[in-house]
Design a protein around this ligand. Sequence first.
Ligand SMILES: [Zn+2]
Length: 494
Amino acid sequence: MRKLLLRILAATSGLILGLVIVLLVRAWQVGQQAEPPVQLKPLTITLEVEALTQRLAGALRLPTISYQDPTRIDSSAFRALHAYLAANFPRVHARLRREVVGGLSLLYTWVGQDTTLPAVLFMGHQDVVPVATPEAWTHPPFGGIVADGYVWGRGALDDKVSVLGVLEAVEQLLADGFRPVRTIYLAFGHDEEVGGRHGARQIAELLAARGVRLITVVDEGGFVVDGIIPGVTQPVALIGVAEKGYLSLELIATAPGGHSSTPPHQTAIGTLSQAIVTLEAHPFPARLDGPTRGLLERLAPYAPIGSRVVLANLWLFGPLMKYLLAQSPAGNASLRTTTAPTIFEAGVKENVLPTRARAVVNFRIYPGETVASVEQRVRLLLQDLPVQVRRLEGTSTNPSPISDFEGEAFRRMVAAIQQAWAEDPPIVAPYLVPGATDARYFTGLSSNVYRFIGARITSDLLATLHGVDERIPVEEYVKAVRTYYALLRTLSGP
Ligand SMILES: [Zn+2]
């Protein structure tokens, strides 16, 4: 008996030792895959920092706010921006063709030397979200103030940095005598923040109608960030290769109502609460695939040995990794379709039972699922509750396709970014964008749609996007312009 036990013990410890060796060898191998330092010559361009900072600040003074209701839009602010761009980027406006699409969106064409090749498209949006509490801002949100090393104002990060940054880079390329081989399009929508239906979508339809093919599309959606994985000291350039879908469902519970002194067993508020609790208790399944897995795999070689053993062996540690990621809201959103109750309303008087309770739950859909499959799962979860489920029309979209992050187009992105950032090269990695961008309208025209702005942004600054004190460090705006310069040059090559 003891002999048998000893033999089993020996066998299992042999297995465990074998497993440990496999894990360590994988971790070691992955460590060898860290990319060699940049071989490319660093980008040498001279930018007039003061002038380009002031040009961005000037654009932030124009309140190009978009609203769901198009009649509320102040089109004169957009026209003022158009005139401002024409005055400040003379070479662009002399050499590129400019068209106004959908009323207020802009499409520029820089014809390349070889028009038989698929073109490239750089995007940004002119519109910004409204400011709820201007008094809470350090500087007026539409003041366009440069102070303490920042350019302050609504739109500094989202997304006049792209519009102005791309134009700065093109203006500089023209000054340097650069001639693109591929045609370059610039598309600046005017209603991204309210869905992009009149701007980016119309531009995409126009280009499709003209038979334009696009090798690469670059829009907003990812920045250069720090601290994704503890112990990875290099910054990480997050290239959004896909974006999640969007669905809002309205839940309605009804009840007879009546006097609150004699309540029934089931009330409208109780039923609706139960529905919300049920949805929150049944999160959508977590998945470690696509861009999120790609991101972890890109980071693995740079991680300290402890985390590298995990990252290099996701075949074994996948469930652990999912658990760890799910602990933070951002990590959780990178793994699954998220469930967010955003509206909950019922009742008008303290002693009256409401006859109706209403909630809205917003879902951000993970690639692989669809608006229909999410709705179906919700109906299934709530089937035993007397709750009506209705889709809020006009806003739902399926997740975008996932752009290629292994091929030549992505490699060019990596090369250009590393060249622009040669002093402090980031790890370039794919990423799932949790929000929506105008780029999704172009996924039918290109299989390489990338969402990225070449500025290093801390999590504190990210929180100002759509919030209070939106601002960009001057230094990072300059890097964004440098990155656009390198991207425009590299991606428009033969
Ligand atoms: Zn935006």
